[in-house]
Design a protein around this ligand. Structure first.
Ligand code: HEC
Ligand code: HEC
Length: 475
């Protein structure tokens, strides 16, 4: 294989070997090393010896130290899983769909022209600058890396530098399969090195990522055509209809590709941060909590190997595709997921919502807006501060907030929308790129406020609307 940039052969081989033989994919630079079965003991020991955490904490020698060690272990393991664990889903994305062949291209043993880094970045894939060797960072900075060559994409995969995508390589260094991780959709980068290349931002939705267009590159979509009972061209058309920042996590459950108005049924990828203290999760929250979703998405969407149980999905009238595929009671022979759910859950709940920096909103207006939010505009009746969702059963039918019920109806639960915990609303460049509400139907906060003003007949003046928006931006 051609080498688009010089990286030590031994280092490459080392990385490739770790990719092939580790249960989790390789830790990149700067990863915590205290993971795996012995980490707990190591951390617990370190703590009793006063090496970890605040030494003067009350009761630090007893069970308290076990709690602290457990917290640190869960966080480190959860981060590793979130970033690097494919749960064995390469059996689907690589072995079945042959997606890696489209990435590699004909010259490298795949099919078609291959995917250059430039094209990969245009599809919203992100590169972890911290996984790149220093000389490569320098070359990238100086514009000396060939971003037009698919071989460079394969080399980046070898470095495990493409967020949420793991390449599996054979002994000759050829790409033989690939899998995806949570970080594929729920991480982005800060663009510190170049657009699409920088430090990881876990939990931030990748609103540039065109999931559908990426999947549509796959040479073999037979698993989808068989399941959905439609032809190859139709599957590709549906996938290409989603657009950036969106994914349809129910298509292979109910088979609904479009909404009643004909627009694609895909929803925005939500943030996976700021979820602490919030009960139901996902846009149509009546399905369950974060950990329900993690099992659902890992087994039924990422096609990892594991167990997923939700007999509500066995109803053939409501969920014909799920019922046909047995998704409501899926039990793969080897379970690579269930044991990881606790740490994965822990890590997600640990990710804080990014806060607005002072100066990005008008503080005086925001304070007037806060009074409106809690009073005349009635927002706080549902978005209860400081979690900005209802403590308890945080669900509402579409007509309660003046919208249709299509997406809520696709849920196996109560057919309601979850009161979105308002987070990081100041950021429309990344986090809220693509708009607000589950399908991005409101392009701006002004559109959201106008919608509520009309629907709830709030009678807000122009100035009041402005103040309310400044408050929303401050959250
Ligand atoms: C292909 C893209 C994709 C992948 C991969 C993915 N998700 Fe998601 N995730 C979504 C979408 C889309 C939703 C919203 C689904 C809905 O409401 O119907 C979502 C919802 C969520 C939520 C709910 C957030 C909230 O506001 O309540 C969490 C948490 C989450 N995902 C975590 C994960 C974890 C953990 C993994 C890996 C096991 C994962 N996701 C893999 C696309 C993805
Ligand atoms: C009856 C309960 C209720 C009231 C009252 C309410 N909301 Fe909401 N809000 C919701 C629900 C439910 C959603 C989720 C809608 C969806 O995803 O389609 C939501 C979504 C939002 C969003 C989008 C968040 C995102 O990340 O996309 C914003 C912003 C918002 N509300 C602001 C407000 C403001 C400002 C007010 C007061 C003028 C208000 N809400 C009043 C229930 C409510």
């Amino acid at each position: 294989m051609r080498r688009p940039f010089a990286v030590g052969g031994a280092a490459l081989l080392g990385v490739a070997l770790i990719v092939m033989f580790s249960l989790y994919s390789p830790p990149s630079l700067g990863q915590p090393s205290a993971t795996g079965p012995f980490a707990y003991i190591a951390l617990a020991d370190a703590h009793t010896q006063g090496k970890v955490g605040p030494a003067a904490e009350p009761g630090a020698g007893g069970f308290d130290s076990q709690i602290l060690a457990h917290a640190q272990q869960m966080l480190a393991e959860g981060r590793q899983i979130f970033r690097f664990d494919t749960f064995g889903d390469q059996a689907f994305w690589g072995d079945q769909l042959q997606l890696h062949k489209a990435l590699a291209g004909e010259k490298l043993g795949g099919v078609g022209p291959g995917l250059s880094p430039k094209q990969a970045l245009a599809l919203g894939l992100k590169v972890d600058a911290d996984a790149l060797p220093a000389d490569l960072v320098q070359k990238l900075g100086a514009g000396q890396v060939n971003l037009e060559d698919p071989a460079t994409t394969a080399a980046l995969l070898k470095l495990n530098a493409v967020l949420g995508v793991t390449g599996f390589f054979d002994e000759q260094g050829g790409l033989k399969s690939m899998g995806i991780q949570c970080a594929f959709c729920h991480s982005t980068v800060d663009d510190s090195l170049a657009p699409g290349i920088g430090h990881r931002l876990d939990g931030w939705p990748n609103r540039d990522l065109n999931v559908g267009a990426i999947v549509a590159l796959a040479p073999n979509l037979k698993p989808f055509t068989d399941l959905l009972g439609v032809n190859d061209a139709t599957v590709r058309q549906v996938l290409n209809s989603w657009g950036p920042g969106k994914y349809d996590a129910e298509l292979n459950v109910d088979g609904k590709a479009s909404r009643p108005d004909g627009k694609p049924a895909a929803t925005l990828i939500p943030p996976a941060f700021g979820l602490l203290g919030v009960n139901n999760h996902t846009w149509s929250g009546s399905r369950g909590s974060t950990t329900y979703w993690n099992a659902y998405v890992a087994v039924t969407q990422m096609h990892g190997q594991g167990i997923f149980f939700d007999p509500r999905l066995n109803d053939p009238a409501e969920f014909p595709i799920a019922a046909k595929a047995g998704l409501g009671n899926k039990r793969d022979p080897v379970d690579q997921i269930t044991a990881k759910l606790p740490a994965l859950h822990y890590y997600q709940l640990s990710i804080p919502a990014p806060k607005a920096l002072p100066g990005t909103f008008d503080a005086a207006a925001a304070s007037r807006g806060q009074a409106l939010f809690n009073g005349q505009a009635k927002c706080a009746t549902c978005h209860v501060p400081p979690i900005f969702s209802e403590p308890g059963w945080n669900l509402h039918a579409g007509p309660e907030i003046g919208i249709d019920n299509f997406q809520a109806d696709r849920s196996p639960g109560e057919k309601k929308y979850r009161t979105t915990p308002l987070r990081s609303l100041f950021d429309t460049a990344k986090i809220h790129k693509g708009g607000f509400y589950h399908d991005g139907r409101f392009a701006t906060l002004r559109d959201v406020v106008d919608h509520y003003d009309g629907f709830f007949k709030l009678g807000l003046t122009e100035n009041e609307k402005g103040d309310l928006i400044e408050y929303l931006k401050s959250l």
